[in-house]
Design a protein around this ligand. Structure first.
Ligand SMILES: NC(=O)c1ccc[n+]([C@@H]2O[C@H](COP(=O)([O-])OP(=O)(O)OC[C@H]3O[C@@H](n4cnc5c(N)ncnc54)[C@H](O)[C@@H]3O)[C@@H](O)[C@H]2O)c1
Ligand SMILES: O=C(O)CC[C@@H](O)C(=O)O
Length: 541
C-alpha cells in the first residue's frame, strides 16, 4: 500500500483518482506545523503540496520512504529540489494546468490597474459616489512589455492583442520567428523598460530574475508606467517599486505575489496606487481541479511504473524518444557496470562518446544510466536515476560527452572510458538491428558479447589449451557456460576471454582459475539485467 500525504488546500475532486486507487491510502492534513510535518513524513511514499508547505532540506532529511514530492501547481520554489534530488526523490509539478487561470488573473489586474476598479469599489462600499476621482487610462494603442514569454506570458500576449495593444516580448528563448507568429515584437529588456506603458513579468524566480525589476530598470522606464507581477515575489524589488511609486515616476502596480507571503509591508499594502491580491493567480475552480488531477494521475503513473511526464529533476523525453532509446538504456548501464568492475576503483575521469544514429537522439537519459552504473559499484542502492548526476558532482567528478557522426563500423555505437591514475578501461557497445544489445569492444579487444547477468572476464596468454582448462575448472564447480568469446591482440600474445554463465560464481572459483599457467587476471562481472526493461521504470527509483 502506498501512503500519500496531502497538505495545503488541494481540490478534493482532483484527488479522486488517488482516493479510488486500491493500493493507495490518502491522508489529508491541513495546517500542520513544520515540526508536526517532520514527525510524520517518514510514514509516506508521496507528498502533495501547493505553495504553502515549505518542503525544506530538514523535512526531506526525515522523509525516509518518500519517493515523490508533487507540487499541485507550477513554481517549485517552496521545495528544496536540490535536497530532494540528492536523496533520489522525484519532484513533479503540473505545468500548464493553471496557465489560463494565471493569464486571466494578469489581465484582470491589467484592467483593474488601468481603470482603478478596486479603488472605485472601495470608495462606493464606503458610501461615496465620486465620479471624478477614478479617471483611468485606456489599453488601446498602448505598449505592453512582457518579460518571460513562456506559457503564461504567451497567453497574456494573445489576449492583450485583442485590446489592440502593441506587445513587446523579452525571453532568452523567444525567436524572431515565434514573435512574428504571435504578432508581437521581440525586444530586449532595455527596450521593454524604455518603451512600455505597462510591464508584466512572467518568469520563474531564479538567480537571474531575482530583482530583475530594480532601481536601475525602473529609472529607464517611461514616466507613468504601470507594473504587474502575477509570477513570483522577488522578481520585482519591492523597495525599489515603492520608491518609484512614491516619487510619482511609476503610476501604479498590481501585485499578486510578494517577497514574503503573507506580506507585512504596509507601504506596499496600503499605497493608493498599488493593488494587491493574495496570490490568487491559480485560484479558479477549473485550475485547482486540473492541477490536483494532473499530479494525482502522475503519481499513479509513477507508482505503476509508467512514464514520468513532469519531473522537475529528471530528463524530459517525448514518448517517441523514449521508445527509440529503450534498447540502449539497459545496455548503457551494463556498459558502465563492466567498466567500473574492471577498473575496480572510483574513476578520476569519465569520457562518454556516442556515434552514428545515436548522435541524432536525446541521450541525456542514457548518460544518466551510465553514471548510475558507474556509481552503484561504490554507492549501491543509494544511487538512482534521479540523483546520479548530482551524486557524481558531489564526489567532485564530471563527465565529458562527445558526439561523433561517424559510425565506427556500427550503425550506432556508444563508448565509455574510465580513468584512474595510469589505468584506463574502455568499453564499447552497440544495438544490432534484429539481434539486440552487444558489447563489442573491451579495452580495444574486439568481442561480441550479449550482456547477461553473470559474466566472467579472463585475461590470459594466447597459448593452446587455455579454453579447455577454463572450461574444465568451471565444469568441476557445476558452472554451465552460456557463451564464450575470445579476443586477442596478436597470435601468441595477450588475449581476453568473456564468458556468459548461467549462475553467479563464487570467489573460490576464481582462485582455482588463477592456478592455470598463462592466466593473468580473472574478474567476475555482475550486471543488472531485466528481461524487459521499461523506459518508464527507467526514471523510477
Ligand atoms: N500567481 C500565481 O498563482 C501563478 C500561477 C501560475 C504560475 N505562476 C508563476 O508564473 C511564472 C511563469 O509561469 P509559466 O507557467 O509561464 O512558466 P514557463 O516556464 O512556461 O515560462 C517562464 C519563461 O520565463 C523565461 N525566462 C527565464 N529566465 C528569464 C529571464 N531572465 N528573462 C526573461 N525571461 C526569462 C523562460 O525562458 C520561460 O519561457 C512562474 O514564476 C510561475 O511560478 C504564478
Ligand atoms: O498553489 C497556488 O495557488 C499557487 C500557484 C502558482 O503560484 C504556481 O506556481 O502554480
Amino acid at each position: 500500500m502506498y501512503k500519500i500525504l496531502v497538505t495545503d488546500s488541494i481540490n478534493v475532486q482532483g484527488l479522486q483518482s488517488l482516493y479510488e486507487h486500491p493500493s493507495i491510502l490518502v491522508d489529508k492534513k491541513d495546517q500542520l506545523s513544520s515540526a508536526e510535518l517532520r514527525e510524520i513524513i517518514g510514514n509516506y511514499d508521496a507528498l502533495i503540496v501547493r505553495s504553502q508547505t515549505i518542503v525544506s532540506k530538514e523535512l526531506i532529511h526525515s522523509a525516509h520512504r518518500l519517493q515523490i514530492i508533487a507540487r499541485a501547481g507550477v513554481g517549485v520554489d517552496n521545495i528544496d529540489v536540490e535536497a530532494a534530488t540528492r536523496k533520489g526523490i522525484i519532484v513533479i509539478n503540473a505545468p500548464g494546468a493553471n496557465t489560463i487561470a494565471a493569464c486571466e488573473h494578469t489581465l484582470a489586474m491589467l484592467l483593474s490597474l488601468a481603470r482603478r476598479i478596486p479603488h472605485a469599489y472601495q470608495s462606493m462600499s464606503n458610501g461615496e459616489w465620486n465620479r471624478n476621482a477614478f479617471k483611468g487610462v485606456e489599453l488601446y494603442e498602448k505598449t505592453l512589455g512582457i518579460i518571460g514569454m513562456g506559457k503564461i506570458g504567451t497567453e497574456v500576449a494573445k489576449r492583450a492583442k485583442s485590446f489592440q495593444m502593441k506587445i513587446l516580448g523579452y525571453d532568452p528563448y523567444l525567436t524572431e520567428e515565434r514573435a512574428k507568429k504571435l504578432g508581437i515584437v521581440k525586444a530586449s529588456i532595455n527596450e521593454i523598460a524604455i518603451q512600455s506603458d505597462f510591464i508584466t513579468v512572467h518568469t520563474p524566480l531564479i538567480k537571474e530574475t531575482r530583482n530583475l525589476v530594480n532601481d536601475e530598470f525602473l529609472q529607464k522606464t517611461k514616466r507613468g508606467v504601470r507594473i504587474i507581477n502575477c509570477a513570483r515575489g522577488g522578481i520585482i524589488d519591492e523597495a525599489a517599486l515603492i520608491r518609484a511609486i512614491q516619487s510619482g515616476h511609476v503610476a501604479g502596480a498590481a501585485l499578486d505575489v510578494f517577497t514574503q507571503e503573507p506580506p507585512t509591508n504596509l507601504d506596499l499594502l496600503q499605497h493608493p496606487n498599488i493593488i494587491v491580491t493574495p496570490h490568487l493567480g491559480a485560484s479558479t475552480e477549473e485550475a485547482q481541479e486540473k492541477v490536483a488531477k494532473e499530479v494525482s494521475d502522475e503519481i499513479i503513473n509513477i507508482f505503476e511504473s509508467q512514464t514520468i511526464r513532469h519531473a522537475v529533476n529528471a530528463p524530459q523525453m517525448s514518448g517517441e524518444t523514449q521508445l527509440k532509446m529503450k534498447p540502449y538504456l539497459q545496455l548503457g548501464e551494463q556498459l558502465a557496470e563492466i567498466a567500473i568492475q574492471l577498473l575496480k576503483k572510483a574513476p578520476e575521469k569519465i569520457d562518454i562518446a556516442y556515434y552514428g544514429d545515436l548522435v541524432e537522439e536525446d541521450t541525456s537519459l542514457l548518460t544518466r544510466y551510465m553514471v548510475k552504473g558507474i556509481l552503484s559499484y561504490h554507492l549501491s542502492d543509494s544511487v538512482n536515476l534521479i540523483n546520479a548526476i548530482h551524486l557524481l558532482k558531489e564526489h567532485g567528478l564530471s563527465y565529458n560527452v562527445q558526439r561523433n557522426a561517424t559510425n565506427k563500423g556500427f550503425a550506432n555505437y556508444m563508448e565509455l572510458v574510465l580513468y584512474k591514475g595510469d589505468k584506463k578501461v574502455n568499453i564499447g557497445a552497440t544495438v544490432l538491428n534484429g539481434y539486440g544489445a552487444r558489447i563489442v569492444n573491451i579495452n580495444n579487444y574486439r568481442v561480441d558479447v550479449r550482456p547477461e547477468q553473470h559474466l566472467l572476464y579472463i585475461k590470459h596468454q594466447d597459448i593452446p589449451g587455455m579454453i579447455g582448462q577454463v572450461g574444465s575448472i568451471l565444469g568441476s564447480y557445476s558452472i554451465n557456460i552460456g557463451t564464450m568469446q575470445v579476443g586477442r591482440a596478436a597470435i601468441g600474445g595477450e588475449a581476453i576471454m568473456i564468458l556468459t554463465l548461467d549462475k553467479k560464481i563464487e570467489q573460490e572459483v576464481t582462485h582455482a582459475l588463477h592456478s592455470i599457467s598463462g592466466l593473468e587476471d580473472v574478474q567476475i562481472l555482475e550486471l543488472s539485467y531485466e528481461e524487459e526493461l521499461s523506459v518508464e521504470k527507467a526514471l523510477h527509483l
